[in-house]
Design a binder for this molecule. Structure first.
Ligand code: 4NP
Length: 154
């Protein structure tokens, strides 16, 4: 199974989700059976490592994001992944415009599918440190639901 997380810049929210899901899959013994990646709908940060504030907050919870590099979401991703999960409504709208007619990937809003209480992971880029903690809290919880779904689908 192949999962792609998508946000705007691919330096804060989606790299965090990639790192958290990888970690939870390892703990669940499913790491070898799932391919995990992330992308941004924008191209400003392509090739860059995650934002330093994102990396610091993640590392404090045990997630090392330092090897990740930003890429832009492209139409081909809709045939290369089974599940594409957007962080907010804006990202979802951008992906719907990018999705080719023959797309095979399932496209959904990450939190709507796995959380229920809130449906967006708020963009932390222009805010303070608390925003990065909130991103981690939301993503850790939703990834638990995603791991349960993956376990059921494999
Ligand atoms: P992300 O956060 O979408 O969670 O990676 C952002 C990063 C950069 C920008 C916006 C959001 N930016 O405008 O450069």
């Amino acid at each position: 199974m192949r999962v792609l997380f998508v946000c705007l810049g691919n330096i804060c929210r989606s790299p965090t989700a990639e790192g958290v899901l990888r970690h939870q899959l390892r703990e669940a013994g499913l790491a070898g059976r799932v391919q995990v990646a992330s992308a941004g709908t924008g191209d400003w940060h392509v090739g860059k490592a995650p934002d330093t504030r994102t990396q610091r907050a993640a590392l404090l919870r045990g997630y090392d994001l330092s090897a990740q590099r930003a890429q832009q979401a492209v139409a081909e991703h809709f045939s290369q992944y089974d599940l594409i999960l957007a962080m907010d409504h804006g990202n979802l709208g951008n992906l719907e415009r990018l999705r080719p007619g023959h797309a095979t990937a399932e496209l959904d809003l990450f939190l709507r599918r796995y959380d229920g209480a809130v449906d967006e992971v708020p963009d932390p880029y222009y805010g303070g440190e608390q925003g990065f903690e909130r991103v981690l809290d939301l993503i850790e919880r939703a990834c638990e639901g995603l791991v349960r779904e993956i376990r059921g689908r494999l």
